[in-house]
Design a protein. Sequence first.
Length: 212
Amino acid sequence: MTTFTPDQNNQPGKDAPLRHDIRMLGDALGQAIQQHGGTHVFETVEQLRRMCKRLRTCNQALNTASASEAAQLQHEIATLDQEITHIVDGCDLATTIDVIRAFTVYFHLVNTAEQHHRTRRFNYEAMATSTPLRGSLAALVAYFQNNNIDATQLQKLLDQLSIDLVFTAHPTEATRRSLIIKSRQLDALLEAQDHHMDLTPKQRYSMATHPR
């Protein structure tokens, strides 16, 4: 059975756990789409996912393609664009809403997995070395010490700073409390998995059904 999974091309080995998490969550989402949206919605989502994935690959390949290859890629890009438009135009309102929700949930799951992976990488690097991590406050203090920058010199540097406040509109809408709670629960389950803890049947069920 085809599952709702992301593109995993050319990722560094250090991101293998992230790819595993996304595949697992994507599989759960694919099952949820079929259970709640039906086969038609699932197949529509899969078609759009595959075509958009291929469209992105073609656009990326244009950067290094020869003249003849570029012509073929541009033809394929135009064909994919037409097919994607045809699928979207053929969706009724109910299907359109379900497809939008499917991709919205997917990206929310990806964001949760990525946030967890950043913490995972930070903890791994912190345990792997005795030196302060680059970009950390401890690394900054060590830099001052290694370069013999004392408190007086540091104060002079701070006095030269110019700070301006800039107010901008938030680019995304506020996250619903229910999504925040689910995100935290998923993060806790991913954390348990990272530490090779044996998940209870209830926890395994939660991992499989949270996207639903």
